[in-house]
Design a protein around this ligand. Structure first.
Ligand SMILES: [Zn+2]
Length: 369
């Protein structure tokens, strides 16, 4: 293990020549400058920022490249990987055969099991002959979902969709579309992984990163915190502009993910200093992490209040709650996510004694008194 003293980098990014952008209490030190696909933007001498395309509203995912060193010498580690889709694979090939061609991959960190993060991990690991460093639960989720490739939608999933208020036409539509979409955008994973645990410290090149996990978006989403340089690789745990999806997951239908999410916000709020540079998976690097966490928490708390008031007026199914929870109309492309998120809010009200649920003909009706 290397023991040379660590040098702190100037992570204010004030010398990068961009006009900082102030928006909603957050500061974006690089303004609206973002790397092009195929470009690696140097945030620090030992840290690069690139992006991979994501279809739909999300548009892109940020990928972080960290200078690293292992038994074989110098190289770079990758943090998050992009969807395993033709245009992303093409971008990776360009990078690996271009900008990164004279450097060696050392390992791959993945913040959580969602396809835009883990998608290319297996493919990259195989190509670079390196291992995937990931929280065990997240790893198992990814491995399980890649392996779960049946065509027929499982009956318990259909029962839960009916409980949320899906119409019979929507259930039929689900049946036609089939099951096992996960594997369509995620490459085959290697058999083993290197486990990342909450609180663990990992040295990557000249930096030491503390692994800090959060729940609610996924079971044990791993963030990487470099306290010395004041920077966090936040994945989807702390996003600057959009709110992370917090949904009831089919793998744990009776859980209270929103309760876990709120607890995680409090955990990160207590751990991170206010001036930390946040490297989110979507959007631009920003400062103002306490402001952002407070907005995220109060947004959910306000929605819970609004929801509880509405449940006092009349019983609601999950599908009746969209206008109370979301600012935009919910079309078919986001319907499933919206239902999951509505269920998470309803379930949290139920868990905290603010609502009760009654099942009538397989449909869950929530009320408050
Ligand atoms: Zn995610």
């Amino acid at each position: 293990m290397a023991t040379e003293p660590l040098t702190a980098y100037d992570m204010t990014l004030s010398d990068h020549g961009f006009e900082p952008l102030e928006m909603k209490g957050l500061t974006y030190p690089l303004g609206d400058h973002v790397p092009q696909y195929g470009e690696v933007y140097p945030l620090a001498p030992d840290m690069g920022w690139t992006r991979m395309p994501v279809p739909g509203n999300l548009n892109h995912i940020n990928i972080w490249l960290l200078s690293d060193r292992d038994e074989q010498g110098e190289g770079y580690a990758i943090a998050d990987t992009g969807l395993f889709m033709p245009d992303v694979i093409a971008e990776w090939k360009k990078l690996l055969e271009g900008t990164l061609s004279d450097r060696r991959m050392t390992r791959i960190f993945v913040t959580h099991f969602h396809p835009d993060h883990v998608g290319c991990a297996g493919w990259l690991a195989n190509r670079g002959k390196v291992s995937i460093w990931m929280n065990r639960t997240e790893w198992l989720m990814a491995r399980m979902l890649v392996a779960d490739q049946r065509d027929e939608v499982p009956n318990d999933v259909l029962i839960r969709r009916r409980f949320s208020g899906y119409s019979e036409a929507q259930i039929e539509d689900m049946r036609v579309r089939g099951f096992g979409n996960f594997a369509r955008a995620v490459s085959q994973m290697p058999t083993g992984h290197h486990r990342l645990d909450d609180g663990q410290h990992v040295r990557v090149g000249g930096r030491v990163w503390q692994i800090v996990t959060g729940g609610g978006h996924t079971p044990e989403h791993a963030c990487m915190v470099d306290h010395h340089n004041g920077v966090i690789i936040a994945g989807d745990q702390i996003l600057p502009r959009i709110t992370s999806n917090v949904s009831i997951m089919d793998s744990e239908p009776d859980a209270d993910p929103l309760g876990e999410w709120l607890a995680s916000i409090a955990k990160f709020r207590a751990l991170l200093p206010p001036d930390m540079l946040v490297l989110p998976a979507h959007g631009s690097p920003f400062r103002g992490v306490h402001t952002r966490l407070d907005i995220l928490a109060s947004g959910h708390l306000e929605r819970l209040d609004r929801l509880e008031a509405a449940l006092r007026e009349k019983p609601h199914r999950a599908v009746d709650c969209f206008a109370l929870l979301f600012d935009r109309p919910i079309d078919e492309t986001v319907f499933g996510l919206a239902v999951g998120e509505a269920m998470a809010h309803l379930r949290h009200l139920e868990r905290t004694g603010r609502a009760t649920v009654e099942e009538i003909d397989g449909v869950g009706w929530f009320t408050a008194d």
